[in-house]
Design a protein. Sequence first.
Length: 179
Amino acid sequence: MAQMADKAGIHFTSIRLPHVYGAKSLLFYQIRQGKIFFPGKGNNLFGHLHVSDAARALIKAGVSDKKGIYVVADNLSCTWNDLFEIIQSLYPKLRVFHIPKWLALMATGAIEWMLKFRKTPNRFSTGAVVSWNLRLPVESNTLTKVLDLEPEYPTISDGIPEVLDDCIAFTWRPSNLEN
C-alpha cells in the first residue's frame, strides 16, 4: 500500500494497534459477567492500549506529515496474567479460567466447522486462540516517539480503573463510623 500511495502521490501512514481495551470490548463484556475463559497460560508479553489513546493515535496519524508503518502501544507491555491481576485487585468478583491452548484450538476448530456456512463472523476462532497466545511486546513510549503524543493512560494500571468505572456498577455502602 505504501508503494501504491507513493506512485499515486498520496500520503500514507499505517498505525498498527496492539490489544485495544475499553468498556465496550469483548474482554470487558466477559469481565462484567464475572468470568473470563482465557485460551492458554496467559504468561506471554503483549502490548496494550486504552481505546481513547488508540483513537487519539489514529487521529494524530491522519493529520500528521509522518509517512510509514508504525506499531504503537502504551508505555509498558505486560502479560495477560498481569492484566487480569490488576482487574481482580479492583474487581475481586472476577474469575479467570485458563483453558489449555490445545483444548481451545480443538473447541474453536469444531465451532468453525459447525458454523462455516453462516454469514455472520465467529468470535470464537482458532485465529483468536493463536492471537491470544502470541508474544507481542511493543517498545516503550511508542506514542511519544512515533506521533509526539503523550498517552492519557500510560499503562494498564492507569487505564483499567477508568474502564472499570465505565462498565461496572458499584454500590457504595455507608460506613458504620459515619453518624
